[in-house]
Design a protein around this ligand. Structure first.
Ligand SMILES: NC(=O)c1ccc[n+]([C@@H]2O[C@H](COP(=O)([O-])OP(=O)(O)OC[C@H]3O[C@@H](n4cnc5c(N)ncnc54)[C@H](O)[C@@H]3O)[C@@H](O)[C@H]2O)c1
Length: 423
């Protein structure tokens, strides 16, 4: 074999190897293209089937190539109340505010409107005033226990929640006329709640009171303290709490009952304040006395088992109180559970201390008379409101007694002429 033959064999061998390699590469490329096309067709077919079946969770694509890589979709926790499912909507419903022409209710109207809620007020003006509700707020004159009127109001205004401030609030009056209180605070509330159930209004905020506790043995008073009211006012409110509890257990209905301690002060911007014809709350009576539109004040009892012998109470600013109602509705709207919560500042002030602070803040003196104890007054009531802070995220902003008195005093001076004409 000469050198030419050897070169020929090399070339032949080289081209044979090249052809074999080329064939293998082409076969692989062809196989890859075919496989890609097949997968594309498969994916299209599966997507078409999913669309035809409507929206589904990512993991419900059925058995197939990608099933094993798929984790179960996490369900959003369903809103609950006493085990009842509630629909949560982002839409802000109209809020029916009963008693919105009264002292606390009129501040409630300001707070709900400031939070962006459309409101409708229903009030019989038995103690409230039409002027305490702005002209731009829908107003229904009538009884909160009139089921037909309530039903019509709920329907006409597209109400999604009720805040029930309407009621009778004077403890000694409740002792003298208990049937009025069992009617206006219990029976009226029962009818209002029944109308809510009938018309599918499932969120309810209720004005309850520290008077449900009676004479608690331990201070501060937590919600777990036994409820043993010592006057018809407290009993009438406690019965409404029971109606709410049992209604929530039986129906698609949730509520927050707020047990207020002593409410005082006025809107810091001076738009609203206490406007009742006769003053019964201590700070209100004292500021009227300081202004000279009332002839001094009586201190009922100085022989209680308290540091200076006068009753000790926990005062809460009315605007802080109103803000808690907005948070309570937010809590229910977010699917939060039914709750019963105290609202107070956790600090007790005696009647004498309040009188001295009113004198100091107003710079006015006024006569103070010592009077016998009143029926139905416990010696001391101070709140443990830690549950309201935890559940609602509530933070009182005007807790200081001086601040509450200063706001009440500003309002009282502003309304000097009205008060003089109305008392
Ligand atoms: N003021 C407090 O310190 C205090 C403490 C605890 C609880 N609360 C509760 O707060 C709520 C409001 O108290 P307030 O101090 O503002 O009293 P308020 O008398 O100033 O207000 C009550 C309002 O409800 C209206 N009303 C009463 N009965 C009605 C009825 N059957 N139908 C329609 N409207 C009616 C009145 O006209 C008034 O406008 C009451 O339920 C009361 O029991 C008040």
């Amino acid at each position: 074999m000469n050198i030419i033959d050897v070169q020929y064999i090399d070339i032949t061998l080289y081209s044979a190897v090249c052809r074999a390699l080329l064939k293998r590469t082409l076969a692989r490329a062809l196989a890859y293209v075919v496989l890609t096309i097949c997968l594309g067709v498969l994916r299209q077919a599966r997507r078409g089937a999913r669309l035809a079946a409507g929206p589904r969770r990512a993991c419900e694509s059925g058995p197939g190539l990608f099933r094993s890589a798929c984790q179960p979709a996490r369900r959003r926790p369903a809103p609950r109340s006493h085990g009842i499912q509630l629909n949560v909507t982002s839409k802000i419903d109209t809020v029916l505010i009963t008693g919105g022409a009264g002292y606390i209710g009129s501040h409630g109207v300001l707070a709900f409107r400031a939070a962006g809620h459309p409101v409708v007020v229903l009030d019989d003006l038995s103690t409230g005033r039409r002027s305490a509700v702005g002209d731009d707020v829908p107003f229904v004159l009538g009884d909160a226990g009139d089921r037909d009127l309530i039903g019509k109001t709920l329907r006409d205004h597209g109400v999604g929640a009720v805040v029930h401030f309407a009621g009778s609030v004077v403890v000694p009056e409740s002792v003298a006329d208990p049937l009025k209180y069992y009617w206006n605070n219990t029976c009226v509330s029962r009818n209002l709640i029944a109308a809510c159930v009938e018309h599918g209004v499932r969120r309810f905020i209720f004005s309850s009171t520290a008077a449900v506790y009676g004479v608690p043995e331990v201070m501060p008073v937590a919600e777990t303290t036994p409820t043993e009211p010592i006057n018809p006012y407290g009993a009438s409110k406690l019965m409404t709490e029971w109606i709410l509890r049992d209604t929530a257990a039986a129906h698609d209905f949730s509520y927050v009952a707020l047990r207020y301690f002593n409410v005082s002060g006025a809107d810091p911007e001076g738009r609203r304040g206490q406007n009742s014809r006769t003053a019964t709350h201590l700070i209100e009576v004292a500021t009227r006395a300081a202004l000279g539109v009332q002839d001094g004040l009586d201190v009922y009892g100085d022989d209680y088992d308290t540091p200076d012998g006068t009753c000790v109470r926990d005062y809460i600013h009315v605007s802080d109180l109103a803000a808690a109602h907005v948070l309570a509705l937010k809590h229910l709207n977010a699917g939060g559970d039914t709750a019963v919560l105290n609202l107070g500042n956790g600090r007790g002030h005696s009647v004498r201390e309040v009188v001295e602070t009113v004198r100091r803040v107003t710079g006015r003196d006024f006569p103070v008379r010592q009077a016998p104890r009143r029926a139905g007054d416990p010696a001391c009531l101070v709140a443990d409101a830690s549950a309201a802070r935890a559940v609602l995220g509530w933070q009182p902003r005007r807790a200081a007694l001086e601040q509450q008195i200063a706001d009440a005093w500003n309002w009282r001076q502003k309304c000097q002429n009205i008060t003089a004409a109305e008392t």
